[in-house]
Design a protein around this ligand. Sequence first.
Ligand SMILES: [Zn+2]
Length: 131
Amino acid sequence: MDEKSHVSMEQHLCLVCGLGFDTGGILFDRRLRQSMKRHTVTGWGLCAEHRRLFEEGFVALIECDPQRSGVPADQDHMRPEQAWRTGRLAHLKREVLVRVANVALAPDVPCVFVEPGVIERLQAMVGPEED
Ligand SMILES: [Zn+2]
């Protein structure tokens, strides 16, 4: 369905899994032109599943390939639109991540981008008793 319309379902991309999900919003073309596709991505958010995990106190670790992610050398953090996701994901409790990685994490941060190998290292540090 690539037909253009004057209305479009608003979608956000999930920061964690990178998939689009409906926000429930409807976009209207101001001049009612047939300008939009069925779905229009307007920003980033969290899908239902990852919203739930965030609210349960988990932080998502998103593995990204730094070679393919295209982050300029003078930029010290990755923006979500630059991240080249390898497809590996892990969830850690916020307090566990803060403890083992020794990082300060703002309470509204739902996810962090990590390089390959970091998830294994963190999981090894957490140990088997914590899932
Ligand atoms: Zn998601």
